[in-house]
Design a protein around this ligand. Structure first.
Ligand code: SF4
Ligand code: SF4
Length: 367
């Protein structure tokens, strides 16, 4: 039988050999390898490379999962490429590849690493909204596979298959989308637009080492959940996993937006093979910004004057200052200072700080 979502639980650690066998079997149960994954085809693996952090932090797709999928595709005769665009302004993508372990995954399996920032981009219009999209998403590949990370997100609550599409916008374009969309419910519209543009043929979610609480980066709590999940439809993956994690599927804005566009069948009709039990999984509460009208969104941010703050770990390196899309950060007396009233809460600084020195203090909407 072909299942809409296949979940395998019980992974104690990351072992490429074990993951290879498991993923091969899960993909078969989820309908098999999609078109464009045969001899001579070029396949792009879109990973989660949010920050240049060690894979043991649970922030990015683990390189063992990437290596397992890459080697399975190489066995099928495919040429494999690995890519993503990190948060904020990117300088030296090689540091991300190295720290996240993707260069090792590529070396092990004969895959090639590609820089979304260095590959050019093109304006794409969808539903009367325009986006700058990394060219590898639009041309040059026979199949694109979404290798997402399951974890919490302070702004969107959870991030998995749909949200991983955000990385198809290179560089600071992602931060500008945050500015354009003052409420999470507005950002969900962008996320689903990008998901439609990315048009991934297969989604594999890494939930072995993941994160709850103040995710999606260094402020979150690392957790060992020990599961992988596979689907041909990213929406099904997000609906099923959010429900299992304790967040009803229709409490995730991107799920609601995607369902309203008819991108999948009703939740009750999704067929699932396997399961995972989440225990005390801490999901951020719905943002206060969702409770006010859209036209008030930007104004409310100014009135409420929210912004992250740097703590004593700050070295004044300036990484956050260079990443901030609205120049809301200054370095004073060797320490970063975020200007309330200018900050758009895009979280780029929080995601990119190499010292874990940025804390988020939201006024409401926390559990
Ligand atoms: S907050 Fe982090 S990124 Fe910003 S200056 Fe301090 S250490 Fe550097
Ligand atoms: S200070 Fe605000 S706007 Fe600037 S990067 Fe940080 S969260 Fe984004």
């Amino acid at each position: 039988m072909n299942y809409d979502v296949v979940i395998q639980d019980g992974f104690g650690f990351y072992c490429v050999r074990i993951l290879r066998d498991a993923i091969a079997s899960m993909v078969e149960d989820a309908g098999g390898w999609p078109p464009g994954t045969s001899t001579g085809n070029r396949v792009l693996l879109k990973v989660n490379m949010l920050a240049a952090k060690h894979p043991a932090r649970g922030i990015t797709t683990h390189p063992a999962v990437v290596a397992a999928v890459s080697s399975l595709l190489r066995d099928r005769g495919c040429e494999v490429f690995i890519g993503d665009s990190p948060g904020g302004a990117v300088k030296g993508v090689e540091r991300y590849w190295k720290n996240c372990g993707f260069n090792t995954a590529a070396e092990l399996t004969g895959a090639k690493l590609i820089s979304f920032e260095g590959s050019g981009s093109k304006k794409i219009s969808i539903h009367n909204r325009e986006y700058d999209i990394a060219l590898p998403i639009l041309e040059g590949y026979d199949c694109r596979i979404n290798l997402c990370k399951f974890k919490t997100h302070m702004y969107t609550r959870l991030t998995n298959a749909l949200k991983n599409s955000f990385g198809i916008v290179p560089g600071l374009g992602k931060a500008m989308l945050h500015m354009r969309s003052p409420r999470p419910v507005d950002l969900a519209v962008n996320i689903v637009d990008l998901y439609e543009i990315a048009d991934f043929s297969l989604h594999i979610s890494d939930g072995i080492l993941c994160m709850d609480g103040r995710g999606p980066s260094t402020d979150g709590r690392r957790r060992h959940e020990g599961f992988l999940a596979v689907s041909r439809n990213g929406l099904y993956l997000d609906m099923v996993l959010s429900q299992m994690a304790g967040l009803p599927w229709n409490q995730l804005d991107s799920n609601v937006e995607a369902v309203s566009r008819g991108l999948g069948k009703p939740f009750a009709e999704i067929t699932v093979h396997g399961s995972h039990e989440f225990v005390d999984f801490d999901i951020p509460a719905r943002s206060y910004l969702n409770h006010i009208p859209r036209w008030l969104g930007s104004a409310a941010r100014l009135v409420l004057r929210t912004a992250p703050v740097s703590n004593d770990l700050c070295t004044g390196c300036g990484v956050c200052q260079r990443a901030c899309p609205v120049d809301a950060i200054e370095i004073k007396n060797g320490r970063a200072k975020m200007k309330k009233g200018i900050c758009i809460m895009c979280l780029c600084c929080h995601e990119l700080c190499p010292e874990n020195a940025i804390e988020l203090k939201l006024p409401f909407g926390r559990r």
